[in-house]
Design a protein around this ligand. Structure first.
Ligand SMILES: Nc1ncnc2c1ncn2[C@@H]1O[C@H](COP(=O)(O)OP(=O)(O)OP(=O)(O)O)[C@@H](O)[C@H]1O
Ligand SMILES: [Mg+2]
Length: 650
């Protein structure tokens, strides 16, 4: 036996051909420029600050341009006042002088407005892009236990609307604040025209602000509820689309519609509540400045009549108040956007802050030159960390390099769980799972999974071509290799009969193929990677016995020297193994050849009978529950039984 070799993850002196090389190396994704601060005690805005900072260049340019544009705008009413006084009333300056100034300022303002808007939106979408990548990158790191719990609709809504509302606030809040800062400039201009009138004009602004604050306090809970309920709707829609086959086969459309309309009604209710609150506050916020205008007219008009002020001043004040109205109103909106963004950010952080339970150790090593020695020793495992009842308890199993072992047991006993622990989809509670003598927790996940291939009983295909589906684990594979893998998996023939052969694009999840066809593609997908250890979890359950035999013939050639764990209910599948182990009551209760187990362990015959596989029980029960696909015909089964009993492999 060749000694397994392991190397530290970041070794800088690679030896050609001995290091672990990630299979999909060329598909590496560029990381976002910045990430969210992991310190959960910070406020939500401080946590996203690094992302804002990464885009500071265009963002600050945009804000500066916006400020310049606004200052120019503020200068115009002042010019208007001077034009009326100096050119129209006193005739001391030609009117054209002011006209040209106003036109010039307008033009420069337009350019500044263009640049600021363009850069602002660019920043917004850059930030959205980063946030989405950060979230998705985090999701890819999350462990299986996370996906067991989480609902797809919740994730989708967080990746869409929540990211959008955070992004909007991050970019538009500073821009609105710049616009509000213009209020200060406008106020200074008003002061230069007439001090008392400036104070009169601004008198209502604090009320506008307080109305905004009041609005925020009552609207915040509603906006939070809206986001949560939208996610509920997304979840129902997602389940309905994904589970449409079940819905339709039970004619449960009406039932589902009711569930959806129930959730939609709650969204509608929250939106109406939101609109109601908005309708109460908005008119107040919008009309308060009109009160300001009335006050200016009253006091300003009085001053003009008594000769203390020019008519132009009233016009200028009027223009300023109209100009100020927008920022102050937006200030109210900003406060609301802030609350919504805070709620959204919390929902995003809820995911970001959840740490994957299965992670690489800092000093994890890459598994290279794997010989395929597998050992479970004293393994205790349960899916929930606080569960009292264990799925596996003090479980021991050793598989020697190159050996093919069939794992048999009643349904739900934990067979698939054994496979999931070997690939470290979950971590054991006690004991250890070792490959080549190394605890799987000490090996990098990438190298572990490159060495341990799993074929699941419910194969998931992507909506791409069959060729790309088979080459999923090794995108650079040559077409001949893809075809060879398909042949070994008994898939080549049916693929060539499809309209576009290997280029046929399969429907979502591969639903345009039969269950057995999907399973064969899944087997080909794993065979192409050619891992030294392979787990076949009921991988041929939907394939009829004749085809299965062909596949097994192909597999046997390819299994030479490979450690294989076959999880099986069917005798035809078990026949593939050198050794059979029986799992019951959390541990292996029998270990030997099929023939010995059949002779010595009544439970073994019982388990096979349950799967409708053991003819001896046919007479006793007179009925065979077939739980795992088509029953093999009597003769084929007897041949197989015989061949297994005589120890032959075919
Ligand atoms: N993701 C999960 N979260 C929580 N419990 C789980 C999960 N997967 C399986 N279980 C539970 O663990 C036990 C073992 O499941 P497992 O899938 O290993 O059974 P199995 O032997 O493969 O069954 P089958 O022959 O039906 O495929 C079952 O009781 C099951 O309910
Ligand atoms: Mg299973």
């Amino acid at each position: 036996m060749k000694a397994p070799r392991l190397r530290p993850k970041d070794t800088t002196t690679p030896e050609v051909g001995t290091d672990f090389v990630p299979i999909a190396e060329e598909a590496r994704n560029e990381a976002p420029r910045a990430t969210i601060d992991p310190d959960a005690s910070l406020t939500w805005l401080r946590r996203v600050k690094p992302i804002m900072w990464a885009h500071r260049g265009i963002f600050i340019t945009s804000l500066v341009m916006s400020f310049v544009g606004l200052v120019l705008m503020v200068m115009i009413p002042n010019l208007l006042n001077k034009a009326i006084t100096n050119s129209i009333q006193k005739h001391t300056v030609p009117l054209s002088h002011y006209v040209w100034w106003i036109v010039g300022l307008g033009l420069v303002g337009a350019v500044a407005g263009y640049v600021s808007r363009l850069f602002l939106f660019e920043t917004a979408y850059d930030i959205e892009y980063d946030l989405r990548n950060i979230l998705y990158e985090h999701l890819t790191r999350m462990s299986f236990s996370f996906y067991d719990r989480v609902q797809t609709g919740q994730l989708i809504s967080r990746a869409n609307s929540d990211i959008r509302s955070v992004q909007m606030y991050m970019t538009f809040a500073p821009s609105i604040l710049v616009q509000c800062s213009i209020a200060v400039v406008a106020f200074i201009f008003m002061l230069t025209i007439n001090v008392p009138l400036a104070f009169v004009a601004m008198a209502t602004m604090p009320f506008v602000y307080f109305a905004g604050v009041k609005m925020r306090n009552s609207m915040f809970p509603v906006s939070w509820i809206i986001q949560a309920r939208l996610a509920d709707v997304a979840t129902i829609v997602d389940e309905n689309v994904n589970g449409v086959r079940v819905v339709k086969s039970f004619a449960a459309e009406q039932q589902q519609l009711r569930a959806l309309s129930g959730a939609a009604e709650k969204v509608q209710w929250s939106y109406i509540k939101d609109a109601d609150l908005r309708a109460r506050f908005s008119p107040v916020v919008q009309n308060l400045p009109q009160v300001g205008l009335a006050l200016v007219l009253l006091f300003g008009g009085y001053m003009v009549i008594h000769g203390g002020l020019g008519v132009g001043a009233i016009l200028a004040f009027n223009a300023y108040l109209v100009m100020l109205q927008a920022p102050f109103m937006m200030l109210g909106m900003l406060i609301m956007m802030g609350q919504r963004a805070a709620a959204s950010a919390d929902r995003i952080y809820e995911i970001i802050d959840e740490q994957p339970t299965v992670t690489d150790k800092d000093d994890a090593i890459d598994l290279v030159d794997c010989t395929g020695d597998v050992r479970f020793s004293h393994v205790d495992f349960a899916y929930a960390s606080d569960a009292e009842r264990l799925v596996l308890a003090d479980f021991d199993l050793h598989i020697s390099p190159g050996e093919t072992v069939a794992l048999v047991g009643r349904t739900g006993v934990g067979k698939s769980t054994v496979g999931r622990l070997l690939t470290r989809f979950y971590d054991v509670r006690h004991g250890s799972v070792q490959i080549d003598g190394h605890d799987v927790r000490d090996i990098t996940q990438a190298s572990l999974r490159a060495n341990v291939g799993v074929v699941l009983d419910e194969p998931f295909l992507f909506s791409v071509s069959i060729r790309d589906n088979i080459a999923y684990g090794k995108p650079s594979a040559a077409f001949e290799d893809v075809e060879a893998a398909a042949r070994a998996a008994g898939a080549h023939e049916f693929i060539t009969h499809l309209a576009d052969g290997y280029d046929t694009v399969v429907g979502e999840r591969g639903y345009t193929l039969s269950g057995g066809q999907r399973q064969r593609i899944a087997i080909a997908r794993t065979l192409l990677v050619n891992p030294p250890i392979m787990v076949l979890d009921d991988a041929t359950s939907a394939i009829d016995v004749q085809v299965e035999q062909q596949i097994h013939a192909g597999l046997r050639i390819r299994m030479e020297g490979r450690t294989t764990l076959v999880i099986a209910h069917r005798l035809s599948t078990i026949a593939l193994a050198d050794r059979v182990v029986l799992l019951d009551q959390q541990k292996i209760v029998a270990d030997g050849t099929h023939a010995t187990l059949l002779a010595t362990t009544p439970l073994y015959a019982e388990v096979l009978a349950q799967a409708g596989e053991y003819e001896a029980n046919a007479d006793r029960d007179g009925d065979h529950p077939t739980t795992t696909g088509p029953r093999p015909d009597g003769k084929a089964l007897r041949d197989l039984l015989d061949s297994v009993r005589t120890g032959g492999r075919s």
